[in-house]
Design a protein around this ligand. Sequence first.
Ligand SMILES: Cc1cc2nc3c(=O)[nH]c(=O)nc-3n(C[C@H](O)[C@H](O)[C@H](O)COP(=O)(O)O)c2cc1C
Length: 168
Amino acid sequence: MKRIAPWTKFADVEEQLLHGDGAFLVGAEAGRPNAMTIGWGLIGTVWGKPMFLALVRPTRYTHGVIERTGEFTVCVPIGKMKEELAFCGSHSGREVDKFKALRLQTLAGAEVGPPIIAGCDVAYECRVLVRTSLVPAGLLDASVRTKYYSGGNLHTLFFGEIVAAWRL
Ligand SMILES: Cc1cc2nc3c(=O)[nH]c(=O)nc-3n(C[C@H](O)[C@H](O)[C@H](O)COP(=O)(O)O)c2cc1C
């Protein structure tokens, strides 16, 4: 695992989110890691810091974990681990230990509690600086409103400062 500058791999990660099968958003509580798949996310600069913005619906188990711990990792397999991504995007950590079910190997990061998933290509360690929620009055576009939020469950936006980045 080689430590890299946070900005180094932004283009690859955006490509994986846009055209690939997503990435793992990993939280951990009481020593138990959990991963959910994310297809959306923004990486860039906010408040002069490298930032990963994750959009997580309140019903996800991961939502509570990140809210309570303020930490997550984003682990990005580029063009691989498709089955694992599909599983983590369709099962909840409330019902199943996904790390055990998939035999995911973990690597310890340097700055935050949640681990990094071995086999990925890029990983970010993130600490939440700001958390905010979408509100109905802010959903200006009718197609976004009806396509994504007709059932409510509006995303929470977690702004995670990238406090360490790795090329695996
Ligand atoms: C490709 C893909 C992308 C997804 N992107 C997101 C996302 O960005 N935000 C979100 O809240 N859920 C997203 N999901 C759904 C969660 O991954 C799914 O509900 C998961 O089971 C939640 O796990 P948890 O309950 O252990 O947190 C996505 C699912 C898939 C398959």
